[in-house]
Design a protein around this ligand. Structure first.
Ligand code: ADP
Length: 548
């Protein structure tokens, strides 16, 4: 019989992260730019106390283990206190994306059967409108202090978050329970069908938090000052609220103030060293900094993910500002981290151009996640950097099932079950660097060969006259599909169809160059800012290619 270890085995609970931060980094600051307009200063000790008070308050409102506590909120200390207060007391923190359409929010809150809804003042008009439609919500809590409560509201018995906390002692011992207990729920912003909930566990969240902090991942340390631009309503701000507690570093939470100027002032004023966000955010910040001839004095590195980081943006951050860009890939179903692009020792000797191309890939997996690329029959494809296939993953923080869905989403690889299909299409090279070449629902297949719309978009985006570019498949009688480039020009910029097509020469294989270009004034986006390819495809359904 196997010999058992003689080690302590406390469950991996989210409350233990907070207790650690409180005991060992209690004075380390949590700074929040609040909806109220002020810059609020707190620390891990204070956040831990208020999280315990929040746990007591939720219990007093009748919440029981497993109940969902929903939030519609920006990044701020109160949101952090709800994260820890709910999960820590065996409740489930359900962060809802406020940028979704109201009908979708209602659908999601009802699907999750949320019991209490906490929200920032920004969303009061929204919540007043949808409150009657939220079938399961029993209490509405405005995340503010008494002086900022509205004189009257369409919501009966609107509660004040700070009042609820002040009524509690904070004398509360975090309960111990099974580490596989649900800790939080996040719905994917799927563009087809209804959104689906990914239910994280304490175990998955703690392990993800550990791994995310590793040097070849986000490289977090206690000496960092982290400003997550990525919202706390978007896959737990990529786990940063947990990793920050693990390393005990300072957190700066920007609230709703995400424009270039506000962010720059916060980065400088609070000595931010590390940040994370989607490419769009950096566009705004970079434009502001460049237009005003500014420099960053403490900002050293950033994780960019959520969609492919345009190489031109990566170069600008690196060369103009000396900021290391860590390109990352993941998804809601993965908590979200899957891969990050960091060079290996051997690659440090490669010419700069080759290094750059590696860094532009989505990168290598961190321990805790594994990946494979497969063909349509579930056979794994070689890691040669050329063969593109459906990307599948498995690991400690990958979902096995969606909330309220009994069927398993998992597939088999070479006959072995238990892999989650990401819906992304990728190559993996011999060093394990994964590169997304497309999405399976959004792929261009020309004469049986893949064409990457992302590559084509990146090239177009590198043209000085292009503001935004999206490539979709247009019908072609011979090749089945051919790429159509849809472009929004920069204001006052001029470029012709011929000039832009010529721009592709030498930058990509001739047969991959788009067949046609459509100039438009606007490209449709989802609530999370992704290009709505389906809508775009519908828009250009009857587009006749000159080559057809
Ligand atoms: P997130 O946006 O936080 O990664 P989502 O679940 O909203 O999570 O979206 C996940 C999808 O976004 C991925 O399946 C992939 O299609 C795309 N994606 C995420 N990161 C990247 C990246 N670095 N490059 C290309 N696509 C990405």
């Amino acid at each position: 019989m196997a010999l058992m270890g003689r080690m302590m085995s406390d469950p991996l609970l989210i409350s233990s992260l907070l207790t650690h931060a409180e005991r060992h980094s209690g004075e380390t600051e949590i700074v929040s730019k609040r909806v109220e307009g002020d810059l609020h200063r707190s620390n891990w000790r204070e956040v831990a106390r208020r999280s315990r008070q929040a746990a007591q308050a939720f219990a007093r409102l009748g919440a029981e283990p497993g109940d969902r506590i929903a939030t519609l909120a920006w990044n701020g200390h109160r949101h952090l206190e709800i994260y820890y207060g709910s999960s820590g007391s065996a409740l489930v923190c359900h962060t809802i994306n406020p940028r979704l359409f109201p009908e979708q929010i209602v659908w999601i809150a009802n699907d999750a059967a949320d019991r209490i809804l906490c929200f920032d003042a920004t969303f009061l008009p929204l919540v007043e409108k949808i409150a009657p439609l939220l079938k399961t919500v029993q209490h509405f809590v405005l995340m503010t202090s008494r002086p900022h409560m509205p004189a009257s509201s369409a919501i009966p018995n609107l509660l004040c978050f700070d009042d609820l906390l002040d009524a509690e002692t904070g004398d509360y011992a975090w309960p111990q329970f099974d580490e596989n207990t649900a800790s939080s729920i996040c719905y994917t912003s799927g563009t087809t069908g209804h959104p689906k909930g990914a239910v994280y566990s304490h175990r998955s969240t703690v392990l993800h938090g550990y791994a995310a902090a590793l040097p070849d991942a986000m490289d977090c340390s206690g000496r960092d000052v982290i400003l997550p631009v990525v919202p706390m309503f978007h896959v737990n701000a990529w786990g940063l609220p947990y990793s920050a507690a693990i390393v005990g570093c300072k957190l700066v939470l920007p609230g709703p103030h995400l424009d270039g100027k506000s962010l720059y002032e916060l980065f400088e004023g609070e000595k931010v060293s590390f940040s994370a966000g989607v490419p769009t955010v950096w566009l705004g910040l970079l434009n502001y900094v460049k237009a005003n001839n500014l420099k960053f004095s403490t900002f050293k590195r950033t994780v960019i993910g959520g969609s492919a980081c345009p190489p031109a943006m990566m170069k600008s951050l690196q060369q103009d500002f000396g900021i290391e860009v860590i390109h990352a890939w993941g998804m809601t179903e993965m908590s979200p981290l899957g891969t990050l692009s960091k060079l290996t020792t051997r690659q440090l000797d490669l010419p700069a151009e080759q290094q750059q191309r590696l860094l532009e890939k989505q990168g290598r997996v961190i321990y805790g996640v594994d990946m494979a690329i497969i063909d349509d029959e579930g056979r794994s494809l070689p890691w040669d950097g050329q063969s593109a296939g459906n990307l599948v993953v498995r690991g400690h923080w990958v979902i096995s099932q969606y909330f309220n869905h009994d069927e398993s989403p998992l597939v088999s690889v070479d006959g072995q079950p238990g892999w989650f299909p990401t819906g992304d299409v990728a190559t993996i090279d011999a060093d394990g660097f994964m590169q997304i070449t497309d999405r399976s629902k959004d792929v261009i297949k020309s004469g049986g060969e893949w064409i990457s719309s992302i590559d084509l978009e990146n090239i177009a985006m590198a043209h000085p006259a292009v503001h935004e570019a999206a490539v979709i498949a247009a019908r072609h009688p011979k090749w089945d599909e051919r790429p159509l480039l849809v472009v929004v020009k920069k204001p006052d910029a001029a470029v012709t169809r011929e000039e832009l097509l010529a721009f592709y020469e030498g930058r990509i294989a001739k047969w991959q160059i788009p067949d046609d270009i459509a100039f438009v004034t606007e490209i449709p986006h989802t609530a999370t800012g992704k290009v709505q390819k389906l809508k775009l495809r519908e828009q250009f359904l009857n587009h006749v290619l000159p080559s057809a």
